[in-house]
Write a protein that binds this ligand. Structure first.
Ligand SMILES: [Zn+2]
Length: 111
């Protein structure tokens, strides 16, 4: 929800409920306020969608890194004659996976 919008006169951000601009004292009629708020809403939605997409991509990258480390160290441990431990990066995979889900939900709900 956006609670501010740009004054059509001076381009300062003013409250959505303002009846006049507190910067330039320009009176704000309801139509102007509504149109400006609607425009800001669309902008915010686009921004949120982009953010959600970014969250998803970062989550994917994190999970991918986690899987690469897990598989890589497992292959190394398995091929080592002395055996040895390997690293399972559940943290990265799970956290990354959660970010993907979170991002997807945000993206899908951003109508
Ligand atoms: Zn103004």
């Amino acid at each position: 929800m956006s609670t501010v919008f740009q004054c059509p006169g001076c381009k300062e951000f003013i409250s959505r409920d303002a009846t006049s601009c507190r910067f330039c004292n320009r009176p704000i009629d309801p139509q102007t306020r509504q149109a400006a708020a609607a425009a800001a809403e669309v902008e915010n939605r686009e921004y949120r969608k982009k953010q959600s997409l970014r969250t998803m991509l970062i989550g994917l990258a994190m999970a991918a890194v986690g899987i690469v480390i897990t598989v890589g160290t497992y292959a190394w441990a398995a091929s080592s004659p002395r055996g040895g431990g390997y690293v399972v990066t559940w943290g990265l995979i799970v956290f990354g996976g959660l970010r993907v889900v979170q991002g997807f939900i945000g993206w899908a709900s951003g109508k």
